[in-house]
Design a protein around this ligand. Structure first.
Ligand SMILES: [Zn+2]
Length: 494
């Protein structure tokens, strides 16, 4: 049955009516109302939310059903009749419906509720408030408080009745939410979303299901299923999460099984306002790195079916953290950051490849300092707050899953560049390069030459030399792909 929708100016003259729960003085809630003529209307769905009752909209027959504990209230669009537990009651004016919300004449509807499913509830003219029944407690599950403990995280959920915890459903979603469903629970969803957080819980919210209250907690780490305990007297539910114990190597194995070199991330160092190091002749690092990167990308695209992702493909400034983010979000399987060296000692020349690890020599610290200094150019360095010492250690450890592969890639790259360039092979080195932190894949940073050396600056300015660098890197990637995809697949088949 189709119903003509009346377009009424219901959003004009908006007002509100407070809702008071004598049992829950701390609650400050109000229902928005609208005047049509001199009759004040409110949204049925909003009322359901405030009273924490389920509601159901039947679009076929234009009915709204509210499920109070004391019974069902059925409202029909444009009808003045309300059905409460099969009893038909008539209001002095009809409801309105705007295609999604059902609007009820506030005073008349409050009278119906007070006489039926909310016994004793009344409208207080002085306070312009709808006062719930004295004993009415809309909820039996309230806000949660998360406490960080030595061996895990404790979520204390405030309740006002005892629940049978044997029936509590717990599971963890693929995207890291812990879901706890408490049968018989009626949850104050607003309060739960404002719970105090901590431990491994990043956010929380709740929703009312037909027969259960559902609480959701966003986890920052993988956990096994927590235990749920009822505290005697029914004042709290305790959800206890033990610190994750991750068997060594497990995660690595999992990652290895998924490793197939189909996407390669090429990161041309610097760009835009960050020129990198600049040679005496005026050649800028950012120009060389971009050109070499594009040459390498073209070679890969022309002869393989690998997807090539550039962190930048023009002369723009990209913060370091964003480069890693691009690598992870595009499903990169290999990350190659291309740079050009610059040092005070103008005789230094040749190429070298770097791995992410705590810097262990003066020289390594100096090179890392130079490449990391770009952060000073970034407008806001909030993204690096994560790089506290502890985060650095954790990140380095997480990356150690790919350390073996990164080392192998670096070695192959040095070998292949050596064949191409006829410049000194300065070997594989280690330092704490920020651009390498966070990328969850084998990753290296290559310093293709010294712009601070007059002869090498000249070479780096030539197309032919840049092409040679790109070809060296290209050969290295193909060799690495051949060797490691094979090894990993063989490992899987054992
Ligand atoms: Zn650089």
């Amino acid at each position: 049955m189709a119903i003509a929708i009346l377009f009424l100016p219901i959003h004009l003259h908006g007002d509100e009516i407070r809702v008071i729960f004598p049992n829950q003085q701390y609650r400050r809630v109000a229902l928005r109302t609208f005047y049509m003529g001199n009759v004040e209307y409110l949204s049925g769905q909003e009322l359901a939310q405030v009273f924490s009752v389920n509601s159901y909209v039947n679009d076929d027959v234009n009915k709204l059903v509210l499920y109070f504990r004391e019974g069902e209230v059925k409202v029909t669009a444009f009808s003045s009749f309300i059905i409460v537990n099969d009893l038909a009651l008539q209001m002095p004016m009809p409801t309105y419906f705007d295609g999604s919300e059902y609007y009820l004449p506030a005073r008349a509807f409050f009278s119906v509720l007070g006489a039926t499913v909310l016994p004793g509830a009344r409208f207080d003219d002085v306070r312009r408030a709808f006062v719930g029944p004295d004993s009415y407690t809309a909820f039996n599950i309230f806000s949660a408080r998360v406490e960080s403990k030595q061996n895990g995280t404790l979520i204390r959920v405030r309740t006002n009745e005892e629940f049978d915890t044997r029936n509590v459903v717990r599971y963890i979603t693929d995207n890291g939410w812990l879901v706890v469903q408490v049968p018989g629970g009626i949850v104050d969803t607003l309060a739960v979303s404002r719970s105090s957080l901590g431990g491994i819980i990043r956010s929380s919210w709740g929703r009312q299901l037909e027969k259960s209250a559902e609480l959701r907690f966003k986890l920052t780490d993988r956990i096994s299923l927590p235990e749920v305990y009822q505290i005697a007297g029914g004042t709290e539910l305790h959800i206890t999460i033990r610190n994750p114990v991750r068997p060594k190597g497990d995660r690595t194995k999992e990652m290895r099984e998924q490793w197939y070199l189909d996407t390669i991330v090429i990161d041309p160092g610097h760009g835009g306002i960050d020129a990198g190091t600049v040679g005496r002749g005026g050649l800028m690092e950012k120009t060389v790195t971009l050109d070499v990167a594009l040459r390498l990308g073209r070679l890969l695209k022309r002869t393989t079916n690998m997807k090539v992702v550039y962190t930048r493909d023009e002369d723009v400034f990209i913060p370091l953290w964003q480069r890693t983010k691009i690598a992870n979000e595009t499903g990169g399987k290999l990350f190659i950051s291309i740079h050009v060296n610059g040092v005070k000692n103008r005789t230094a020349h040749g190429f070298e490849t770097w791995l992410l690890a705590p810097a262990n020599t003066e020289e390594a610290i100096e090179v890392a300092r130079l490449e990391n200094s770009v952060i000073a150019l970034e407008e806001s360095n909030h993204a690096y707050q994560e790089f506290s010492d502890e985060a650095l250690i954790l990140s380095t450890m997480a990356q150690s899953a790919w350390m073996k592969e990164s080392e192998a890639l670096a070695a192959i790259m040095q070998e292949q560049l050596s064949k191409q360039l006829g410049a000194p092979n300065r070997g594989v080195k280690q330092a704490g390069f920020l651009v390498l932190i966070g990328a969850t894949m084998p990753k290296v940073l290559v310093e293709t030459g010294f712009i601070s050396n007059r002869i090498e600056e000249k070479k780096l300015g030539q197309n032919e030399y840049r092409q040679n660098i790109a070809e060296g890197l290209y050969d290295a990637i193909l060799l690495f792909k051949q060797k490691y995809e094979g090894a990993m697949l063989a490992e899987q088949n054992q």
